[in-house]
Ligand binder design. Structure first.
Ligand SMILES: NC(=O)c1ccc[n+]([C@@H]2O[C@H](COP(=O)([O-])OP(=O)(O)OC[C@H]3O[C@@H](n4cnc5c(N)ncnc54)[C@H](OP(=O)(O)O)[C@@H]3O)[C@@H](O)[C@H]2O)c1
Length: 302
């Protein structure tokens, strides 16, 4: 790291880094960046054969990684939800290459009508979904002293209200069709409290965490699972760009890796593995769990 601000960020633990500005890299290999997943590196199986899924935030990063792993493990259809048509169609074409039908659903998660249209659009093409992944997230900054009401409301709309609307619609359909489906919410380690500049973000993801448990409790007798993943510092192509722009240091990731206990940051592929486990029958009766996916332990002290 060449600039003092960046040095300070790295030195003051994972929570001090731009935890939530990371755009997930679509690669499972540590310390490398790529914007596309080589399909040869995806774990293969047929455990999702005949099943279909909705993945918000599927146009990029963690969501894209989950969508592609679902396809590599036999899913017959995946709806990729987001705003960016070019990236969305790009993911759809990668899904096809993996033998899975893809559908890009253009939707802004802060628009109620857009969000309400997602599940019907998926069902029109594929029938009732077997799983829903809420990965779209707004990581907007804001301090207590001056966060605007508008930005607070937008964060809650994208990070908490949209997952609520989608979970309600998707699971009502599952119940009607007697499908024992699964919902996975991509949350953040910041939901435990978070950095001061992420006031609204942390609170909105905290709401998603509580919603995950409440929904799981309500859905358990229909044998529908609902779990969450609290993601920690995840390497991403966008962050690489940001870091290189700010520090001029192409090797920032290597140095960041040296400062964390496991010698590397989390990769989107790591998260996709857990999400797919939670979406699969392998996770058995596991529901209402919010799993910290990080290498720093909440509540631990040196
Ligand atoms: N990467 C990390 O270090 C990290 C850490 C903690 C938590 N997370 C969480 O992980 C999730 C995925 O993030 P990521 O790292 O994969 O970032 P990313 O690559 O930037 O992906 C974010 C996704 O969310 C979608 N999205 C954002 N705002 C939206 C909106 N208003 N309407 C519709 N779609 C929207 C984007 O789609 P379009 O661009 O197509 O609209 C994109 O597909 C987020 O919920 C984030 O909070 C990530």
């Amino acid at each position: 790291m060449t600039n003092p601000v960046a040095n300070l960020l790295f030195a003051s633990s994972i929570f001090a880094a731009r935890l939530c500005s990371f755009r997930a890299v679509a690669s499972s290999s540590p310390r490398t960046f790529s914007t596309s997943i080589p399909s040869s590196s995806l774990p293969r199986s047929s455990r999702f054969k005949g099943k279909t899924f909705i993945v918000t935030g599927g146009t990029s990063g963690v969501g894209e990684s989950i969508a592609l792993q679902l396809a590599a493990e036999g899913a017959s259809g995946v709806s990729v939800v987001g705003r960016n048509e070019t990236r969305g169609n790009g993911v759809v074409s990668k899904l096809r290459d993996l033998g899975c039908e893809g559908l890009f659903i253009k939707a802004s998660m802060d628009s109620v009508p857009d969000v309400q249209a997602v599940v019907p659009k998926h069902e029109e093409r594929f029938g009732v979904a077997h799983g829903l992944v809420n990965s779209a997230g707004d990581t907007g900054r804001g301090w207590l002293k001056d966060q605007s009401v508008e930005s607070w409301d937008r964060l809650f709309a994208v990070n908490a209200r949209a997952p609520f609307i989608l979970t309600q619609a998707a699971t009502n359909s599952m119940i009607r069709s007697k499908i024992q489906g699964s919902v996975v919410n991509i949350i953040t380690i910041t939901s435990h409290g978070g950095q001061p500049y992420l006031c609204g973000y942390a609170a909105s993801k905290g709401a998603l965490s509580t919603f995950t448990k409440n929904a799981a409790h309500q859905l358990r007798k229909d044998r529908i699972k609902c779990n969450g993943i609290n993601i920690g510092w995840t390497a991403s192509a966008a962050e690489h760009k940001l870091q290189v722009e700010e520090t001029g240091d192409e090797k920032w990731l290597e140095k960041a890796g040296e400062k964390v206990p496991f010698g590397r940051l989390v990769q989107p592929g790591d998260i996709a593995e857990l999400a797919c486990f939670l979406l699969s029958d392998k996770s058995g009766v596991c529901t209402g769990s919010v799993i910290d996916f990080d290498q720093m332990v909440i509540g631990g002290y040196d």
